[in-house]
Ligand binder design. Structure first.
Ligand SMILES: [Zn+2]
Length: 284
């Protein structure tokens, strides 16, 4: 049994994370969001030895174009992929052209396979909100939340006893305030129903780490204009150095290493993707 994640790309130009669940009989591959183009996704899966045909499921946080790229609606049938959407996003998914027979509409969660359960939670984000996930596979617990505007108190009840956390760290507050973005956009991003700042994220990461045994901490959706990975890394290095060895910053242009989720909170050595090493890599 194993659970791994690999952020294929994350940022305002497209978000997509690969999950791999191995249950002794084989591997099950799913994506969280499909906001990269089909071509980008194909290109970033290839070094892992994977193709779109290997993907069985997509879990959708919401339908903004950086999380759901429209050509995917037509590709679902072709590749026999099930799209899991919260009931609040059902109408938007059908309007986007998702065929009804490719949709699985959930309220509180669903079973992804016989060893993997998914619990969902709703966060404030623009008009329809966004969905966070708690994915549990053979006792390994991964919390995933992006585009959530602010951290609601209930998140700390749900993200307890995690072994991996993937959380949005969208912007540096000073860079945002001093940017030449229009005031309405800054308000949308910083007003509680937009995105999380580095400091909001850091506070949540440290609180969740204190009630978990995290083997992986992955930061998502870094703004290219209003963030700087060096700022984030140096803040963790000075304020919480014990978390640095399990910290991974995702970016827009290239996948993270494949990150294994360990039950005991030990960090596994990330395995760089190489051609033709699909199963060996994921099972490492
Ligand atoms: Zn987004």
């Amino acid at each position: 049994m194993s659970l791994s994640l690999c952020v294929l790309g994350s940022g305002s130009a497209g978000n997509c994370t690969l999950l791999q669940m191995e249950n002794g009989r084989g591997c099950h591959f799913a994506l969280i969001d499909c906001g990269l183009t089909m071509r980008q996704t194909t290109q970033r899966l290839a070094p892992l030895g994977l193709a779109l045909a290997d993907i069985d499921d997509i879990l959708l946080t919401h339908l903004d174009r950086d999380h759901f790229s429209l050509p995917w609606a037509r590709a679902l049938q072709r590749h026999d992929i099930t799209l899991h959407v919260h009931h609040r996003h059902r109408t938007a998914a059908i309007r986007a052209g998702v065929p009804g027979d490719r949709l699985d509409v959930f309220d509180d969660g669903f079973e992804l396979d016989d060893a993997t359960s998914v619990e969902s939670m709703l966060f404030a984000h623009d008009s329809l909100g966004t969905v966070g996930f708690l994915i549990e596979h053979d006792g390994r617990r991964l919390g995933y939340a992006t585009d959530l505007g602010r951290i609601p108190d209930f998140l700390y009840d749900r993200f307890r006893g995690l072994h991996a956390l993937a959380l949005e760290s969208n912007y540096d507050r000073l860079m945002q305030l001093s940017s030449n973005r229009p005031a309405f956009l800054k308000q949308r991003i910083m007003g509680g129903a937009g995105h999380l700042s580095n400091m909001q994220c850091f506070e949540a990461v440290t609180r969740i780490a204190a009630q978990s045994k995290l083997s992986q901490i992955v930061l998502l959706h870094l703004s290219q204009q209003c963030n700087d990975p060096r700022l984030i890394t140096s803040h963790y290095a000075s304020a919480c150095p014990e978390l640095l060895d399990r910290l991974t910053l995702s970016n827009q242009f290239e996948p993270t290493p494949v990150l294994p989720v360990h039950k005991k909170g030990r960090r596994g050595k990330p395995v760089e993707a190489r051609n033709g090493q699909q199963l060996a890599m994921f099972n490492a």
